[in-house]
Design a binder for this molecule. Sequence first.
Ligand SMILES: O=P(O)(O)OC[C@H]1O[C@](O)(COP(=O)(O)O)[C@@H](O)[C@@H]1O
Length: 265
Amino acid sequence: MAGLIEKFLKVFARRGRSIILAYDHGIEHGPTDFLDNPDSADPEYILKLAREAGFDGVVFQRGIAEKYYDGSVPLIVKLNGKTSLYNGEPISVANCTVEEAVSLGASAVGYTIYPGSGYEWKMFEELAKIKREAIKFDIPLIVWSYPRGGKVTNETAPEIVAYAARVALELGADAMKIKYTGDPKTFAWAVKVAGKVPVLMSGGPKTKTEEEFLRQVEGVLEAGAVGIAVGRNVWQRKDALKFARVLSEIVYGGKKVAEVLGEVG
Ligand SMILES: O=P(O)(O)OC[C@H]1O[C@](O)(COP(=O)(O)O)[C@@H](O)[C@@H]1O
């Protein structure tokens, strides 16, 4: 529904661009993700970081939302999740309903699909049910579209990322999160085939240098993405808040990497 795209943009891209702090890694990757910056194991640290950096939202699983969410930053409840301990065709099933997410204070719900997986049919089926519920509760649905398993050999190959974007559009996403292809030109094609649906770049593993990530962000904005949904590349850094503020200057302030380079470590 076009209305739900507008509703997503009004809450999560009120300045025309979006930075959402993703924090569902505890289940997806395990607490090892927090070791580089142990403070990041504390959801209150994450909320403070998002608030002080002026980000548009946070992504929590239901348990974190239930125990820690304080309403200080718009909330996206991620409805499904899987662990990295699972050793089979990728599948991620819901552990929370749209109604429960709304009662937790969510302004949007998230759901991961793994197109290509032998279980894609099950995730697509579950996503359809969630889509109907999202319409009923008038809440935007953000699709994490991550081709994985089956015939997928390179998750960030341009044709795979573009395919991921198109699947999210055709299954009814009101916004989507896709991996970066590595260059603005091929990412622009994924944005194009996403049609009307706003595209967020998924941050990915922490880059060796801060500059490297900032250049990726610059590239996706040039390619037409509305912004980024990032976790590790922000809260795994020791000076996370300082870096988050530099990120804001690029995403919201329209600054170029060359202009902010002096500010990063
Ligand atoms: O399945 P993958 O590729 O490990 O990524 C899963 C993680 O990536 C995200 O989509 C984005 O987080 P990052 O910015 O840390 O990559 C998270 O929401 C999720 O936990």
